[in-house]
Ligand binder design. Structure first.
Ligand code: 1GP
Length: 267
């Protein structure tokens, strides 16, 4: 049983280090054993929590097994990042209980939240209320979520959405450029949303290197999310040497990659 909530744990990390790093694992992208390897490396590297989710296929048995495998190797909090009510899982600690405020589809605004609320209550998962905003280019998340993408040169639109979320009681705002995005969320947009009083600002999508992560944190991001960079670090090593050597190499490579992000965002 945790002594503090996951939200308190994140607040503490942000106050201590200036910004926190979350490692995103898509359960559909690798076997549960490989996912647990990433989680273990993330814990050693100083990531503050593991986010679990994906736009397609991140549900059912593979989601359950991934969560269970991660919990076996680390005490880091696990936070669900569901694309629908199907992305809920009883083995997680918390869920980003989010509404995609710039979606045209009522299911992403409130439908899935209604469908999943009872399960969140019954499973005892901590809901963290979040305004989820998808910015150009938006990637798969933008397409699946039928988002009216926020133009990159219109920070004032992101500010208006974030304020609306805050006034509706959402303590978190997530500026999302889409997984693997060619361009991350612009610094000017991050700065504008934070300056407008966003309580906890999460930024992700297309953050591939330490410099980009640092720039986002300096602009005002409280939490930086990376997924693709970590996946690529594990792919890079696969197939080298014997299976055991390769597994160790992979772990080291992942840990190094995450450490760079964690160290870069410290203020
Ligand atoms: C996706 O923002 C996250 O929802 C992470 O994006 O995979 O590009 O790191 P990347």
């Amino acid at each position: 049983m945790r002594q503090i909530t996951v939200e308190q744990h994140l607040d503490y990390a942000i106050r201590r280090d200036g910004a926190a790093h979350l490692t995103l694992i898509d359960p559909d992208a690798q076997a549960p054993s490989a996912a647990s390897g990433i989680a273990e490396a993330a814990a050693k590297a100083g990531s503050s929590a593991i986010m679990i989710g994906g736009s397609v296929g991140a549900s059912g048995d593979i989601l359950d097994e991934t969560l269970r495998a991660i919990r076996e190797v680390t005490d880091l909090p696990t936070i669900l990042f569901p694309s629908s009510a199907c992305g809920l899982c009883r083995y997680a600690d918390a869920v980003f209980f989010m509404s995609l405020l710039n979606s045209r589809d009522v299911n992403y605004l409130i439908g899935n939240q209604v469908a999943g609320a009872k399960a969140v209550m019954e499973y005892g998962i901590e809901p963290i209320p979040m305004a989820y905003l998808i910015v150009e280019p938006g990637g798969t998340a933008g397409w699946v979520g039928d988002a009216k993408l926020i133009p990159r040169e219109k920070p004032e639109l992101a500010v208006a959405y974030s304020l609306a979320g805050r006034f509706l009681g959402m303590r978190y705002t997530y500026l999302e450029a889409g997984s693997g995005a060619s361009d991350p969320v612009p610094q000017e947009m991050i700065r504008a949303v934070k300056s407008a009083g966003c309580e906890t600002l999460v930024v992700g999508g297309g953050i591939r290197d330490a410099e980009t992560a640092r720039a986002a944190a300096r602009a005002g991001a409280d939490i930086i999310v990376t997924g693709t960079a970590v996946e690529e670090a594990s792919d890079m090593q696969s197939g080298i040497g014997s299976e055991i050597e390769s597994e160790t190499e992979t772990q080291i490579q992942i840990q190094k990659t995450i450490s760079k992000f964690v160290n870069a965002i410290k203020r």
